[in-house]
Design a protein around this ligand. Structure first.
Ligand code: MN
Length: 731
């Protein structure tokens, strides 16, 4: 078991390439991680803290800035210990806090099921969550260390992690130009996914090396001699290829190992770009060139800024030999990718830069450009096709507290999230915790948000939510729930009415009896019947006759009118309180709902009316011609079928509003008032606005018995010479 990296060693590793690094902060991070992970153990039995420290060490090989190194040391604290983001911000500053936070979000992706998440989406998600490229670098190192220690995991988990590494993380390392990490990730994954194939290739590679004896050294030597003979100073190094790249080539070209000739690769490092082409000429003169293998990535750099010359020749002992020719600068990019390159280029006068990456530095520009490249690959095998990325921009990815991924359209709110989890969660939602903080339900969600829905039983979604959601699923569910809620209210009222009606008639009532009568009543369910009675669409007398076809209603005859009123009267009789004379005489409503007339104009018997149910306000009665109803066109579930419940000769008054235009002549208003008084109308309120020198606009709120009464008043007013126009106001 390897020893845990010591504090001084970690600091030393950073100082070697970055002498200005914040030593105290590095030490603090080391101690902080030690304390936070405490006695936690890895699957290998090692103390857990060995892992983040190894990850940090890998990143020191990439010569990353100390913010990234510290983030690596802390990368598992939020997720695996009780650490809060605020704590990290406070001690290590918001830059490191943000890096650790990004890593925590990515870590949640580990719980996302493969079925739910195609590789492609996963990569996009990774990029979206990791707003800072350094987060991805830490993640790669994290994955590399986990792959190195994968042997301690159960086989099923090992397979999943290895597949994911091959699908996502190795290509990601490649795109970021970190070949070393890419190669190692691929090989480790290959070894875990197909141990037999891996062993076979490794064995045959060893055989081949034995057979070819000192071939690598031989070629290296010859190259050095030939290059220096031409006055080129160069370093030459040879290597055997890795099992995975050989395996891939065998698969891709459907060839056997025996046919695979170029398993040796050599690298020539020269001083400058002209030197590269000089070396190429020397190589091509010395050995026969394999046609079609020459590539010039110096004049045409790869997307990740990889630059090099590639060629293959037939070398000593007729072995095919691959060659890469480049400068030391180009080699840095190839080996270390973005990160190290960035640090190197920014060194003023050769010294290493301290910690963070200033926004205007070349390093920063490099990071930016690489993000763009990652996001906007221009060939099909590039990471993200542009068109798909556009689609992706329309989405936000959020998580449940258990790490389930919920993909939503951009602009979605916690309400959408709740309905995406489950309709019941949506219907019972009363609040949301986003990243641990209580937040209004209608706040727009951001990529990577963890959303916890706070629920309460017996809740109904307010119809207003419909305009606050971005998904069709949520909208439809809210509409359904609202409709069902209104329907339940009517059914409850209907049941009261029906039970009392049966009582009055001296007939026993039960749901079973009613069920038997459903065919006669032409309704599909008991609830249908009850809510129809509650709405006033069906009369309780009809229900009694449906259940007891012989029954005769003695008091009211066959029409059985006035159910709702009867229910009220009965209740008043038994409960003691007299019925309020001001109760709105409307049928078809639950008496628990407050009822009022539309404030601007009202309604009078004789008007065709409709009730609008709004949460928190109850029911408002509008004449059917009212313009205010347009606002509810898209909310059919708010519309309630109501009818008047007024006896002839009852002499109750109802509100109406008239708009008149009268001549500015003495006595005009008196004339108008006289007409209304003559007709036994009550003026409740009058307001006037002078329109011009000749005319005044008069608005009169009055109360009348019914529509006939109101029309009579209006006709009489129109007949007056001082009145030029009379109109009813309907809101
Ligand atoms: Mn980790």
């Amino acid at each position: 078991m390897p020893a845990i990296i010591r504090q001084v060693d970690l600091v030393e590793r950073v100082k070697r390439y970055d002498p200005g690094a914040d030593e105290a902060l590095l030490n603090r991070a080391y101690i902080y991680a030690m304390k936070a992970h405490g006695s936690q153990k890895r699957a290998s039995g090692e103390p857990f803290v060995a892992h983040p420290l190894e990850v940090a060490a890998i990143l020191t090989d990439l010569r990353l800035d100390s913010a990234t190194i510290i983030a690596a040391v802390l990368h598992d604290t939020i997720e695996d210990t009780g650490t809060e983001r605020e704590d990290i911000d406070r001690i290590f500053g918001p830059e490191i806090g943000a890096l650790v936070d990004g890593l925590t979000k990515i870590k949640k992706l580990d719980f996302v099921s493969r079925e739910a998440m195609q590789g492609e989406n996963f990569r996009k998600l990774l990029l979206a969550v990791a707003a800072d490229l350094r987060v991805l670098l830490v993640k790669l190192a994290d994955r590399l260390h986990n792959m190195r220690t994968l042997g301690f995991m159960p086989p099923e988990k090992r397979k999943r992690i290895a597949e994911e590494t091959l699908d996502i993380y190795a290509p990601l390392a490649g795109r970021m130009g970190i070949q070393e990490i890419r190669d190692e990730l691929e090989d480790l994954a290959f070894r875990n996914l197909d141990p037999d194939a891996h062993d076979t290739i490794a064995r045959r590679l060893a055989d081949m090396t034995d057979r070819n004896g000192q071939l690598v050294e031989e070629v290296e030597h010859e190259l050095r001699v030939k290059l220096s003979a031409q006055g080129l100073s160069a370093t030459v190094s040879g290597r055997r290829k890795r099992p995975y790249s050989i395996w891939r080539k065998m698969e891709r070209k459907s060839i056997a190992f025996e046919q695979l000739s170029d398993v040796f690769g050599f690298r020539i490092i020269v001083d400058d770009a002209p030197g590269c082409y000089g070396a190429l000429g020397i190589v091509h003169t010395a050995w026969p060139v394999v046609p079609g293998r020459f590539k010039d990535y110096i004049s045409n750099p790869k997307g990740n800024d990889y630059r090099s010359l590639h060629t293959t020749v037939i070398g000593p002992r007729s072995q095919r030999v691959e060659l890469q020719i480049r400068t030391a600068d180009m080699d840095e990019v190839a080996e270390y990718g973005i990160a190290a390159h960035a640090l190197y280029k920014d060194k003023p006068g050769g010294g290493a830069r301290p910690g963070a990456v200033p926004a205007e530095s070349r390093a920063y520009q490099w990071l930016r450009r690489t993000v763009d490249l990652l996001a906007e690959g221009d060939s099909p095998e590039e990471f993200l096709e542009h068109t798909k990325l556009e689609l992706f921009h329309d989405q936000v990815f959020c998580f449940t507290p258990k790490g389930r991924l919920i993909a939503l359209p951009r602009g979605a709110t916690a309400i959408d999230f709740a309905y995406a989890v489950h309709t019941n969660v949506g219907n019972s939602a009363v609040g949301a915790k986003i990243n641990g903080r209580m937040t209004p339900l209608f706040n727009e969600l951001q990529n990577g948000d963890e959303v916890e829905i706070v629920r309460a039983d017996g809740q109904m979604p307010p119809p207003a939510w419909e305009s606050l959601v971005a998904t069709g699923k949520a909208r439809a569910a809210i509409r359904r729930a609202t409709r069902a809620s209104v329907r339940r209210q009517f059914a409850g009222l209907g049941r009261q009415i029906v039970e009392r009606a049966f009582q009055r008639a001296g007939k026993p009532f039960s749901d079973d009896k009613l069920k038997g009568a459903l065919p006669r009543l032409a309704r599909g369910s008991i609830e249908d019947v009850l809510s129809a009675v509650g709405r006033g669409e069906m009369f309780s007398g009809d229900v009694i006759k449906g259940v007891y076809p012989e029954h005769k209603d003695e008091r009211r005859g066959a029409d059985g009118r006035d159910d709702a009123r009867q229910a009220r009267t009965n209740e008043a009789g038994s409960g003691g309180a007299p019925p309020s004379p001001n109760a709105v005489p409307i049928r078809g409503l639950d008496r628990d709902l407050p009822v009022r007339f539309a404030p601007n104009g009202g309604a009078v018997p004789g008007d065709r009316i409709v009730g609008i149910l709004t949460m928190g306000e109850g029911v408002t009665i509008y004449p059917i011609q009212s313009r205010a109803l347009a606002a509810f066109d898209n909310h059919p579930e708010s519309w309630i079928d109501v009818r008047w419940d007024v006896e002839p000769g009852e002499n109750r008054r109802f509100p109406a509003r008239l708009a008149l235009q009268s001549l500015n002549e003495p006595g005009s208003l008196a004339q108008i008032a006289q007409v209304i008084a003559d007709h036994n109308g009550n003026i409740e309120n009058v307001s006037m606005a002078r329109r011009s020198a000749d005319f005044t606009d008069v608005t009169i709120d009055l109360s009348v018995f019914d529509l006939k009464h109101l029309n009579a008043i209006m006709s009489e007013l129109r007949a007056k010479p001082n009145v030029s126009r009379v109109e009813r106001v309907l809101g």
